[in-house]
Design a protein around this ligand. Structure first.
Ligand code: GLY
Length: 317
């Protein structure tokens, strides 16, 4: 009988400014822990890391408070355009969609494209794929996001990003926020998979491409996997996810790779966060911003990063 590996899981619902008040923290904690519970149960039952990551991303995309799928932020022209990607660390295969509209779960398109010869599709091509797969049209617009956009239009789009959490009482009223969702899983066979999905920054120019559908924001090999959140341009400039993962294949521990990468990101004044797993089962997170909305299952219990101190921090479990 082959020895099975203890599965591990970490998820995030974005990063940004502090959540106001205990009520806000508790609501987000409950949401994240529920997703961890469901997806970790799948992994324990022997589900593949890929199916667990897709399920985790679907659940987070379906939660209107997070900026992905339903509840996505609006771009400058008032439209929702979403991006998502999936990377299988064992196959070292990346797939994704960029700026797709009217689909409930963009991560499902990334999943379909894993087995395609053309693995990253942008707006028109992604729309064609939606029709080809006969996926029903879905309007992910929420009242909260519409109100946010109307307010910003009245203010002549002064803000550089939309709120990380779609509830005014949960987000600080200061400027930059960052929303994305992501899942990284290690399954009982030792496979690592990373998935990331986003509505983008909010209020961006038409055609702006998010890090979430680039290896910079979502990357995995046989050594480990990373999903990023934060300001996409900062993540791209750091090439953050591969930077961390390649440090693992070059011999650093995950703890060292995270500490070095976040020290550099902090020195470069980047505004971002990331979740990570290595193939040995180490779980890690890092951020340069105030708060990272991450939760994990280490095989014994669920934990989260919601009340970690502001500023550049990394943690390893
Ligand atoms: N990290 C999400 C975005 O900037 O689009």
């Amino acid at each position: 009988m082959t020895t099975k590996i203890q599965p591990k899981l970490i998820i995030h619902g974005g990063a940004g400014s502090s959540l106001q008040g205990k009520g806000g923290v508790e609501k987000v904690r409950q949401l994240l822990h529920q997703v961890v519970e469901e997806v970790y149960t799948m992994l324990l039952a022997g589900a593949s890391a890929k199916s667990a990551v897709v399920r985790g991303c679907q659940l987070l995309e379906n939660e209107p408070r997070f900026n992905a799928g339903t509840g996505s932020v609006l771009q400058s022209d008032g439209q929702i355009r979403m991006s998502a990607s999936l990377m299988d660390g064992t196959a070292q295969s990346f797939s994704g969609v960029i700026n797709v509209s009217r689909v409930k779960n963009p991560i499902e398109l990334a999943q379909f494209l894993q087995d395609s010869t053309d693995r990253v599709l942008s707006d028109y091509g992604a729309g064609e794929l939606v029709r080809e797969l006969q996926i029903p049209s879905h309007d992910g617009l929420t009242d909260m996001r519409l109100q946010e956009w109307i307010q910003e239009r009245q203010d002549n789009f002064q803000k550089n990003m939309a709120g990380v959490i779609a509830e005014p009482e949960l987000a600080e009223s200061s400027n930059a926020r960052r929303g994305t969702i992501g899942v990284v899983a290690l399954d009982t066979e030792g496979n690592v998979v990373a998935g990331t999905s986003t509505g983008g920054k909010g209020f961006e120019r038409i055609g702006r491409v998010s890090d979430s559908a680039m290896p910079a924001g979502n990357y995995a090999t046989t050594h480990g996997g990373v999903s990023c959140t934060g300001i996409g341009e900062d993540i791209i400039d750091e090439c953050l996810a591969p930077r961390i993962v390649i440090r693992l294949s070059d011999g650093m521990s995950l703890q060292q790779a995270m500490a070095k990468s976040f020290q550099e990101a902090g020195d470069n004044k980047r505004d971002l966060g990331a979740i990570a797993l290595d193939a040995k089962g180490t779980i890690a997170w890092g951020k340069t911003c105030d708060v990272l909305l991450a939760a994990f299952h280490d095989g014994n219990k669920i934990g989260d990063t919601l009340e970690v101190a502001k500023g550049t921090q990394t943690g390893c479990i």
